[in-house]
Design a protein around this ligand. Structure first.
Ligand code: HEC
Length: 89
């Protein structure tokens, strides 16, 4: 119990900060983006790339995840793709 509380107190502000400056921060779509796309590196601002560039990166990241055995369902990919599209450059 003590451990749990400790993790919460330490992690909550870090997690809150992790999404600072992210478009649509706090929504389910932005959370999914953070969850799936910060395993190997920190998140890139969606406005950094065009839709075409995001398609390229999503394909590339899909194969990275495949190689690492990280699950990435078509539904998750679709949600993240439309999230990135809405906020793309
Ligand atoms: C399995 C690890 C892994 C995951 C998970 C991952 N990436 Fe990457 N990402 C990489 C690697 C490795 C690179 C370095 C470039 C390369 O080798 O493709 C990279 C580079 C990038 C780049 C280009 C560099 C930059 O900062 O502009 C973007 C954009 C990117 N990733 C976006 C994403 C998105 C969006 C997701 C979620 C769908 C994601 N990544 C999830 C491994 C990962």
């Amino acid at each position: 119990m003590k451990h749990y509380l400790f993790s919460f107190l330490i992690l909550a502000p870090i997690l809150a900060c992790a999404g600072a400056g992210l478009p649509e921060a706090g929504t389910a779509d932005a959370d999914l983006y953070l969850k799936k796309c910060t395993t190997c590196h920190s998140w890139a601002h969606p406005g950094r790339h065009t839709k075409v560039e995001w398609d390229h990166y999503l394909g590339l990241m899909e194969s990275h995840m495949d190689k690492e055995g990280i699950p990435f369902s078509p539904e998750e990919k679709q949600v993240i793709q439309s999230y990135l599209y809405r906020n793309a450059r």
